[in-house]
Design a protein around this ligand. Structure first.
Ligand SMILES: C[S@@+](CC[C@H](N)C(=O)[O-])C[C@H]1O[C@@H](n2cnc3c(N)ncnc32)[C@H](O)[C@@H]1O
Length: 251
């Protein structure tokens, strides 16, 4: 059997499973696999889901956060209501959307920020990659303002030459950072998920303490080296995150 045949079978498998288990999208299984591996969402958590439509991730997150938790989902596209999820509509690159999202959070800090945001595909990979990394920067800037100290972030990126710089920027602010390719993603897909845990807690290079101060947090100093071994996707070094950091600090 060819690789292509196996790929198609796997895609079909998650598609059928999503139908059977009443998930809005196959993507739900990507978050399930991320959760199974990294345990990013806990019961009671306040979760923000960026680029949430049609809602598979929101369903999974709401199921884990439970009755005492809360999921706030946002997408620039229309999204049908999801049980136990506050659904907002807006473009995350717009200031007014971010302001509306903060109003919806009502002054509470988020425990987890998820971003499965994807750009419209142009067909030109360099452009799509650059746009994807821009959206990653948007999600990271939001997470820096919204997360409580110790909070977690999951962001989808299209791999390419700008990815290492983004990963390095994430490593500045989180204790453990991994790049993960879930089984539910197509094997040929260039998408990869950055899973970052422990916002504002000391990680690679120990610079995350600054992020802790930005988040007005007290949980600092738990220095464990980030272990981003999956996919061998390591940042290309410190000091290459200027673009991302400057944007966040301008806010
Ligand atoms: C792959 S889909 C998300 C699937 C979703 N996680 C699920 O489980 O059903 C990517 C979404 O990102 C949204 N998106 C892309 N750019 C965005 C932006 N600037 N602001 C808000 N949403 C955006 C798109 O509208 C699209 O619905």
């Amino acid at each position: 059997m060819s690789k292509r045949w196996f790929r198609e079978k796997k895609r079909e498998h998650f598609y059928k499973l999503a139908k059977k288990e009443h998930y809005r999208s196959r993507a739900a299984y990507k978050l399930k696999q991320i959760q199974g591996r990294f345990n990013v969402i806990h019961y009671d958590f306040l979760v923000v889901d960026l680029g949430a439509s049609p809602g598979g991730w929101s369903q999974v997150a709401a199921g884990i956060a439970g009755r005492n938790g809360k999921v706030v989902a946002i997408d620039r596209a229309r999204m049908k209501p999801v049980e136990d999820v506050l659904v907002l509509r807006g473009d995350m690159t717009k200031d007014e959307t971010v302001a509306a999202l903060f109003r919806a959070l009502g002054g509470r800090k988020a425990d987890v920020v998820l971003s499965d945001m994807s750009p419209d595909i142009s067909g030109n990979y360099s452009i799509d990659h650059a746009r994807s990394i821009e959206l990653c920067g948007t999600a990271l800037a939001f997470a820096r303002r919204a997360l409580r100290p110790g909070g977690n972030l999951v962001v989808k990126a299209f791999q390419g030459d700008l990815f290492g710089r983004f990963l390095a920027a994430v490593r500045q602010d989180f204790r453990n950072v991994h790049a993960f390719h879930p089984e539910a993603s197509r094997p040929s897909s260039s998408e990869i998920y950055v899973v970052a845990k422990g916002y504002g807690m000391e990680g690679d290079g120990g610079k995350a303490r600054g992020a802790g101060r930005r988040a007005q947090g007290k949980e600092q100093g738990a220095g464990r080296k980030a272990q981003g071994k999956e996919q061998g996707a390591r940042g290309k070094g410190q000091g290459m995150d200027g673009g991302f950091r400057e944007r966040a600090e301008e806010e």
